[in-house]
Design a protein around this ligand. Sequence first.
Ligand SMILES: [Fe+2]
Ligand SMILES: [Fe+2]
Length: 291
Amino acid sequence: MDDKESVALPSITALMKDSEAMNQILMRPLENSDPRVNEVKIRRLYLQASAQQWFAPQKLDYDMPINLTDEQRRVWARFHLIFYTLEKMGLNVIQNMMSKASAKLRSDEVASYLSVQAADEARHVFAIEAYLRKLGTIPKYDHKYHVLGRAASMGLYRVENWLFSTLFSENFASCFLRQAKNADIDPLGAELCRMLIIDESRHIHFLNIVLPDIMERLSLLGKTYVRSSQFFIMKFTELVSRSLEVDARLVGLDRRALLEDAFENVERSYEAFGVSRRFLPFPTIRQTVTI
Ligand SMILES: [Fe+2]
Ligand SMILES: [Fe+2]
């Protein structure tokens, strides 16, 4: 399932009044003779992202009781600790990479848009942190996953590498949230997932706007570098997730379906960029081991 099927993002005109000024002034990108991305689309997404900002203490009712068994509570705390780590890592990386990305893509519209996306990620970290406390768990960054953030934003072609890596991580997060929302979770957890899905769908939308242009300009060496980094991140995720399968089943999550969903979404995006599975190999999803 891709993001467009799961969450239909409202149009700009649905979010804001359809006025002359909006069409003539607000939606028009800055003058830029040589952008490397579609600035009209980025500008629209910036407006949409700004209009869809939400405030966790208002939007989520943290007074709601947690109607979970002790076992379910333990499992959701475990998964949200991982999710919390990944979101916090994503926040650190976007803060580090957004100025580099807007310089590389020669676009101030990208700078504005990514600033709002960084605010989204800060909100996610905050909202998950509060949910973990509600589950009775102390939020803590797990350094085991730190290697993912390094692989996604270091080395050569770091801007391209970061954006392509984000395609996988945003899709993986979306698939996890969609499954979690419908699994055996308490109403606060389900509502948290629902709110996060809307933001993550926008993040995927951004990548689908910029990545085809980036792919077109990328050298053969750049493509090879990005491909190896992508494979490492997906392989690492597949490997780590094996140890979570038993707990996943306890709350109605399906690890294999989740990985398949995320891989399929990434593959579909790559196909839209004009490259096939031959360009991006996917790791085999292996049988679980109980740890
Ligand atoms: Fe996020
Ligand atoms: Fe995101």
